[in-house]
Design a protein around this ligand. Sequence first.
Ligand SMILES: C[S@@+](CC[C@H](N)C(=O)[O-])C[C@H]1O[C@@H](n2cnc3c(N)ncnc32)[C@H](O)[C@@H]1O
Length: 224
Amino acid sequence: MSEFTQRIMTLDEAIETMRGPALSEIGQIHHQFVLDNGSRSDRFYEGRWISGDPLALYEQKLLQAIEKLPPAKSYHEIGGGIGLVPITLGLMGHKAVNIDSAQVRIAHGENILSALANDYPDLSHRVQMLCASVPQAFAEVDTKDALAISTNLGAPRSEEFFKSFLRTVQDLYAEYIFDVCLLWGIHRTERDWQDHLEKVSTVWKTEPEFLFDVGAARYYRVRF
Ligand SMILES: C[S@@+](CC[C@H](N)C(=O)[O-])C[C@H]1O[C@@H](n2cnc3c(N)ncnc32)[C@H](O)[C@@H]1O
């Protein structure tokens, strides 16, 4: 067993370890965007390149909230983008899967894992990058005793999608931590938050527990 196999990092250590490789990859995304003049590339990570911080504030808070909970068997981020939350959890010693439908984002996540592979050879056994769309993607992962995580899936979804998505998450996962606007796009007001909370509570027939809010995001936890 290698020295690294046994090392379990704290959250702060994991973030520091991931920072260099993640920023280097985010820099590639940024340069690609500048070169392409916005025609086909990814602008989502631009703020992180400018601030020099790979994690958005909501991701930092999310990781801090997870750190305080009993460990799950594994963590699955649904729509995890380039996968910085799963990679950080992997560095802390957890098993984690980043599920994202965008091949280009999964490829950036794989590059970050490759950059860390020399120093942390076990990491690739703990962290998987899965390019697939939910709900179909759920068939490709072991959800038993896993904790699902979502930040925001971007564009607003149909009523039919959100009901079937939420029911499938409830059927498959032990627990779910999510931004309550996850399926409704980025317009957020107090009224939106209440409205979305009511909708998810109605589908699940249980009321999620408030965790934190930050900026335009409000996070909840539900145990099924
Ligand atoms: C707004 S980004 C959030 C990325 C990351 N969670 C973060 O906060 O940095 C939303 C991500 O969800 C992914 N996505 C959207 N619909 C999806 C689906 N049905 N299945 C898997 N991923 C999806 C997109 O490709 C995108 O990377």
